[in-house]
Design a binder for this molecule. Sequence first.
Ligand code: AP5
Length: 219
Amino acid sequence: MPRYVLLFGPPGAGKGTQAQILSAEFGLPQVASGDLFRDNLKRMTPLGQLARQYMDKGELVPDDVTVGMIRDRLSWPDAKPGALLDGFPRTPPQAQALDGLLAEFDGQVNCVLFMKVRERILLERLSSRWVCRGPQQHVYNIITNPPQVPGRCDQDGAELYQRDDDKVEVQAKRIRVFMDQTAPLIEFYAARGVLVEIDGERSVAEVTAQVRAAVAERG
Ligand code: AP5
C-alpha cells in the first residue's frame, strides 16, 4: 500500500528543508506544490503564468488548478510507493480532494507533521533564505545554512536567488493566509488521529530526528 506523509506548517517552517533531507531515506518523492508552480513559471507554461498572479501577492492559487496539478504529479511512476507532500493540502476543499485522490491509488493520509514555528522566527528565516535555480530548488539560509561558495548551490552549482514572495510585505501576507485558510486543517487531521506536532524551532538536525521518529511510528 502506498504511504502519504504530509509536511504541514506556515511559510518558512522548514517543510522543504526536511523534505529534501528525508525524501531519499523514506523512499518517497517530495511533491511540493510551490516548487511545481515555480517550475511551471520558469518554463513559462500557462499554469505558471496563472499561478504567478496569486503567488506574487502571497495568495493561494485556486483549489481546482492546484488539485489538478497534484493529481497529475501523484500519477507519475516515482510516486507509486507514495509521496512526501510539502505545502499541499492548504484548504479544506484541497484536503477533501486529496482523500478522493489517494483512494484512487488505494492509499490514505498516513501522517501529518505539523511544524510549529513562531511568526518572528518565520520572518527571520524567510528574509535570509536563498533558493537554488536548479530543478530541485535546494534551500539555503545565509545565517543558519550558508552555501560553501556564496551565491552557488553546493549540490548542483546552480545560481541561488531570493524568491519574489519572500519580500517583507508578501511574507506577512502569506503568514496571514496560512492562519486564515490553512490552519483549520490542524483540527481536521487531529480529529482523525494522524496529526503529529513537531517543534520546528529546533536546529535542522533536531527537527529531522523528530520527523524521522514520527514517521517510523505512524508513517
Ligand atoms: P510554497 O513554496 O509552498 O511556500 P510556503 O508554504 O510559503 O513555504 P516555504 O517554501 O516558504 O517554507 P518552508 O516551510 O518550505 O521552509 P524552508 O524549508 O524553505 O508556496 C508558495 C506559493 O505557492 C504560495 O504562497 C501560493 O501562492 C502557492 N501555493 C503553493 N502551494 C499551494 C496550495 N496547496 N494551494 C494554493 N496555492 C499554493 O525553510 C525556510 C528557511 O529557513 C530556509 O532558509 C531554511 O534554510 C531555514 N530553515 C529551515 N529549517 C530550519 C531550522 N530548523 N532552523 C533554522 N533555519 C531553518
